[in-house]
Design a protein around this ligand. Structure first.
Ligand code: ATP
Ligand code: ATP
Ligand code: MG
Ligand code: MG
Lengths: 228, 228
């Protein structure tokens, strides 16, 4: 499903170079449940942005569902992304001037879904993350963890085949984190959705079946495990 | 040092009322190291914003260093806040168009510190959170955890007597979180700085000597402990 080869992302900063990704090669099969861990600045979000077709590597190749991402047009890429991928951003990236419900509906706006069905799907997604009753709140009328859950709901509403979640429980208490991980586990086991999540918490990584460890833009370790 | 009595914060939302704080009374002595925990939406950030003189309660009183915060002028409040309090926001609140160094200098801009000394103090603060070499980066050229550490450095640069930190390790890996907690412990033990931090991670709360548990806008539990 996902195949990256010799992936590099090098930022030019004045006259120095910062290798955010320094040669990453790996593949992820459909239906996997993967955790990406590693220290701050080790390249996890950079990697996720490339997987999510939101950024391009400096060098290297990325194949998604057999498509050579590097050679696709912007429109074709936007369509593939919208249809296949749900993204939970590390910084949430919610629209400040629209309600939680409208934020969650956003991925459906460009598709064929009629307005009434969109509202219903968005409402359902908010209920699944424990936010029923908060549909009309704007982001600044929500707590940090509530904003994070709006971002999660938005990633789910389009029923994507791949969920990329960058620190989805970073602002959530233990009990709420558990509910989110149970939701993701259910989506992975029942609907075979491929889930790749970045986390720095050991307790969260135990829900997955594979842990990829990043360090200085490289894969340090890649091991399978039994989820708890 | 800090004394709140019958603190209420009630948001009017259309025709319903949301009690973010529903009657909180507690006091915190100078030099304490306190953790605030509780589920998402339980009122922690609302409480922190009132302590930090960034928000006003609907009802109730707040005394800081003997000052009745509710009856102070805006200018007097801004000065007290600038001199006494360092705040790490849950959402970082960095200025997007300025460098990490300039972001960290911000609390010093309104004071008597000359420019050269400001640069030096800001640089020092960035080194203390492990970000030397990143001074000229803008926030969007930094990883999530690096942005979080810029926010932490900014809260320290003014050598405040109180540090209010809302989820300061939410985006940090275990090793970096440990370094930050060791830094805060050092500031508390050596410089007697009062530290109040919101966290949802048990491992982080063990560094503190008191844990206050919030639930539905109320204090559920308030207990002392030996830090590990
Ligand atoms: N402007 C507002 N209007 C209406 N409700 C609000 C507003 N701001 C906050 N709230 C509500 O107040 C409650 C408490 O919010 P607060 O941010 O203090 O929670 P928190 O404990 O910090 O949560 P988290 O752990 O998710 O950060 C939440 O239910 C939130 O939805
Ligand atoms: N636009 C940019 N210009 C220069 N350097 C950048 C830019 N964007 C990111 N970086 C650097 O690339 C490195 C990797 O960043 P990335 O966001 O992938 O880290 P991360 O593993 O997600 O970290 P965290 O756990 O803190 O979120 C960091 O050292 C960061 O400073
Ligand atoms: Mg990141
Ligand atoms: Mg909060």
């Amino acid at each position: 499903l996902i195949q990256v080869k010799d992936l590099f992302k090098i930022y030019e900063f004045g006259d120095i170079q910062i290798p955010a990704l320094n040669g990453v090669s790996l593949s992820i099969e459909a239906g996997e449940f993967v955790a990406i861990m590693g220290s701050s600045g080790s390249g996890k979000s950079t990697f996720m942005n490339i997987l999510g077709c939101l950024d391009v590597p400096t060098r290297g190749s990325y194949f998604l569902s057999g498509n050579a991402i590097g050679s696709m047009s912007r429109d074709a890429l936007a369509q593939l992304r919208n249809q296949q991928i749900g993204f939970v951003f590390q910084g949430f990236n919610l629209l400040a001037r629209t309600s939680a419900l409208e934020n969650v509906e956003l991925p459906l706006i460009y598709g064929p879904t009629p307005a009434r069905e969109r509202h219903h799907l968005a409402k359902e997604a908010l209920v699944s993350v424990g936010l029923s009753g908060r549909e009309d709140h704007h982001p600044n009328q929500l707590s940090g963890g509530q904003q994070q859950r709006v971002a999660i709901a938005r990633a789910l509403v389009n029923h994507p085949s791949i969920i990329l979640a960058d620190e989805p429980t970073g602002n959530l208490d233990t009990k709420t984190s558990l509910e989110i991980m149970q939701l993701l586990t259910q989506l992975n086991e029942e609907q075979k959705i491929t889930i790749i999540l970045v986390t720095h918490e050991q307790d969260i990584s135990t829900f997955t079946r594979r842990v990829i460890q990043f360090k200085d833009g490289l894969v340090l370790q890649d091991r399978l495990q039994h989820p708890k």
